[in-house]
Design a protein around this ligand. Structure first.
Ligand code: ADP
Ligand code: 5GP
Length: 204
């Protein structure tokens, strides 16, 4: 099995971890915790997007907020590892190759928090990537959390819920599925996965 065999040096040096999960599964919350507490060096790959920043978000920290024209120019110039139009909202999201390189230069894991369409593309390009799908235990729980967060208008919220149902169907394409009902438990589980993968790569 690929999961148990040693990895070669080149692959070991290009460490990638992909975290996906429907809107409301708790990705943002978890990423914040993992960046502080993970037992390995995680470097968040800051995505580019054409959506507007939320009041709490900082450009260059949470996302690179680009105009549609700028995003498409960079796409044409081959700067993205993957990109997707998420939730049929008309907004583009993508991972810049330079973000992965930044992480590797820093001897870290490039940590990608991206949707399932993007994750499938990354899996093809980086078969050694560690892939984690995050979910809540029920659709009702996704909805409750999104309403509590209160960052989307009703129309967009409904789109996100519909997309969540689609994304859940692809959970079995990931190496690990983590249920985020109890935040501390989910943080511990992901930390254990990362520690084991780091050990395996160092041994390889
Ligand atoms: P995502 O980034 O996946 O859309 P967020 O991290 O924004 O999700 O979480 C959505 C909402 O759910 C936030 O209000 C967050 O505080 C809350 N939340 C996250 N994890 C949990 C959990 N384990 N239990 C209850 N609420 C949670
Ligand atoms: P949000 O708008 O809530 O920040 O993110 C919406 C969705 O976009 C989430 O599912 C998130 O994982 C996804 N996303 C964020 N950045 C990227 C990216 O670079 N590529 C892809 N494919 N999806 C992304």
């Amino acid at each position: 099995m690929m999961q148990n065999s040693p990895v070669n040096q080149q692959e070991g040096a290009r460490r990638v971890v992909v975290l996906s999960g429907p809107s409301g599964s708790g990705k943002t919350t978890l990423v914040r915790r993992l960046l502080q507490e993970a037992p390995v060096r995680l470097v968040k790959a800051v995505s580019a997007t054409t959506r507007q920043p939320r009041p709490t978000e900082k450009p260059g920290d949470d996302y690179y907020f680009l105009t549609d024209a700028e995003f498409r120019r960079r796409l044409r110039d081959g700067e993205f590892v993957e990109h997707a139009e998420v939730f049929g909202s008309g907004f583009l999201y993508g991972t810049l190759r330079s973000e992965l390189e930044r992480a590797w230069k820093d001897a870290g894991w490039a940590f990608l928090e991206i949707d399932v369409q993007g994750a499938l593309k990354v899996m093809q390009q980086y078969p050694e990537a560690v892939t984690i799908f995050l979910r809540a235990s029920s659709p009702q729980e996704f909805e409750r959390r999104l309403r509590k967060r209160g960052t989307e208008a009703e129309g967009l919220l409904q789109k996100r819920l519909a997309a969540a149902a689609e994304e859940l169907k692809l959970a079995d394409r990931y190496q690990h599925v983590v249920v985020n009902d109890e935040l501390e438990q989910a943080v511990r589980e992901i930390c254990a996965i990362l520690k084991a993968e780091e050990y395996r790569r160092n041994a390889g």
